[in-house]
Design a protein around this ligand. Structure first.
Ligand SMILES: NC(=O)c1ccc[n+]([C@@H]2O[C@H](COP(=O)([O-])OP(=O)(O)OC[C@H]3O[C@@H](n4cnc5c(N)ncnc54)[C@H](O)[C@@H]3O)[C@@H](O)[C@H]2O)c1
Length: 450
């Protein structure tokens, strides 16, 4: 919305949220999320044509176009628990829009939703109001960490709508918003269902590439092949391409897992168990990769990490974001916690409070059910401090600053033998070995420890 406000000075954009704390933060100098370039844009347009408010009903009523961008997490109970997306918040928005609108509106699904959700929204709107509503699907393809550049130069904008005169007119209205900065040929228009499903398929295919290369990383560790060399050799084929072929400890983030599980659920619901099993495999390999990394740490360190200090470098699910949802770090740390390892965590953008929230909601680990949690997991504010006296370092997030650390000084401050487990393959491995570290990276010949 900040980018729309920046690029469309004549459009008034008001962001509303039921969370007063969120809106207060958006109106303050300390935005609630970290995203490179976002602060500058918000500061430029806030108060001009970008506003943040908790006046949800009032704002709905004065708007022509309403983007529904609420969270749609995986259901935790009931039908489809653990797989289906919970569209409760989307439906609540639809009900509120119908209730307060005194004229026609275009309702845009920006949240990632199961295919045919637009149908449900439309029915809710129609049953509660006599005004004309058009529902469009406009899934968001930005990636956290590069959100602003992705939005300024999107590979494509996708808009789905009903193929009726009213639907096509609504599509045109939204196309004209994006056309302020996106070339028309990059604005793809489709029917509603293709647009909704495209978002799930895009995320499933991106995650599939990560799981594909990660599955090969396990084979590399058994065969003395090097996964980064394979990624380069394979990715040079233009039919395959070189993006998203970086082996790692596993993908995280709020979207991949949720969207694939949702796709799996949809396939099951439509009686396609083979298709569901195919996509479930992408998630299973990711779970395996996270588990495998934790096992590698324990096995390499003489089959015990009990009471040993391990420095955890990074907790965010990837660099340049403070987002920790579904981060691989939490899963690896859970396994190390079960071994009673002592962990010292440093992440430049994640607070201890946020980390504990992730433990609570994703893994159901709290100080109440895990009394030693606060003793076994501490947080510090720099990498050198985390590594001081540690037996091992585990790199969980690919923050650039980790590759530039003074590893000689870090080595000198650690217990020996000093191990490094590079879950992101970002460190200078040969140099570290020269210093004296025992280095284990993903899919590297010397990582054969199983
Ligand atoms: N985060 C991403 O990178 C990304 C990318 C593409 C798509 N998406 C999709 O966008 C949607 C939102 O994701 P997010 O990461 O921004 O979620 P989020 O949880 O960070 O934010 C959702 C916000 O919606 C608010 N909210 C919930 N119900 C509301 C209601 N009835 N009225 C007003 N506000 C309400 C919440 O208070 C919260 O602040 C999801 O469907 C997600 O799949 C996210």
């Amino acid at each position: 919305m900040a980018v729309i406000a920046l690029k469309c000075p004549k459009v008034k954009v008001t962001v509303v949220d039921i969370s007063e704390a969120q809106i207060a933060a958006w109106n303050s100098p300390n935005l609630p999320i970290y995203e490179p370039g976002l602060q500058e844009i918000v500061e430029k347009v806030r108060g001009k044509n970008l506003f943040f408010s908790t006046a949800v009903g009032e704002t709905i009523n004065e708007s022509d176009v309403i983007f529904v961008s609420v969270n749609t997490p995986t259901k935790t109970s009931g039908i489809g628990a653990g797989f289906a997306s919970n569209i409760k918040n989307v439906e609540l928005c639809a009900r509120q829009i119908a209730e307060v609108s005194t004229g026609p509106k275009i309702v845009v699904e920006k949240s990632t939703v199961p295919v045919r959700t637009a149908d449900s929204i439309k029915r809710v709107l129609k049953s509660a109001s006599s005004h004309e509503f058009q529902v469009l699907s406009n899934p968001e393809f930005l990636a956290e960490g590069t959100a602003i550049t992705d939005l300024l130069n999107p590979s494509r904008v996708l808009i789905g709508g009903e193929q009726t005169p009213g639907g096509l007119k609504a599509i045109e209205t939204l196309v004209n918003v994006y056309a302020n900065w996106v070339p028309k040929e990059q604005i793809i228009t489709t029917n509603l269902w293709s647009s909704e499903l495209s978002k799930l398929v895009a995320n499933a295919m991106l995650a599939q590439r990560v799981s594909s290369i990660n599955s090969i990383s396990a084979l590399c560790e058994q065969t003395d092949a090097d996964v980064d060399e394979i990624a380069r050799a394979v990715g040079s084929d233009v039919r395959i391409g070189n993006k998203f072929l970086k082996a790692s400890v596993g993908y995280g983030g709020s979207c991949f897992q949720k969207d694939i599980l949702n796709l799996v659920y949809i396939c099951e619901s439509f009686g396609l168990p083979e298709v569901a099993a195919y996509w479930q495999g992408v998630v299973s390999i990711n779970d395996y990769q996270k588990r495998r990394f934790a096992h590698k740490i324990v096995q390499s360190m003489f089959n015990t990490v009990t009471g040993k200090k391990i420095a955890i470098f990074g907790f965010a699910f990837k660099k340049d974001t403070g987002d920790t949802r579904e981060t691989a770090a939490a899963f690896v740390m859970k396994d190390l916690l079960a071994e009673q390892a002592k962990m010292s965590v440093y992440d430049p953008k994640v607070t201890r409070e946020q980390m504990l929230t992730e433990f609570k909601y994703t893994l159901n680990i709290t100080p109440e059910n895990t009394p030693k949690l606060n003793e076994l997991i501490v947080t510090v504010d720099n990498a050198a401090e985390a590594a001081k006296g540690a037996h091992a370092i585990a790199v969980m997030t690919e923050w650039d600053e980790f590759a530039a650390l003074d590893f000689k000084a870090i080595y000198d401050s650690m217990a020996k033998p000093a191990f490094i487990f590079d879950g992101r393959n970002i460190l200078p491995h040969a140099k570290l070995e020269e210093i004296g570290f025992e280095v284990y990276a993903i899919g590297k010949p010397h990582a054969k420890v199983f």
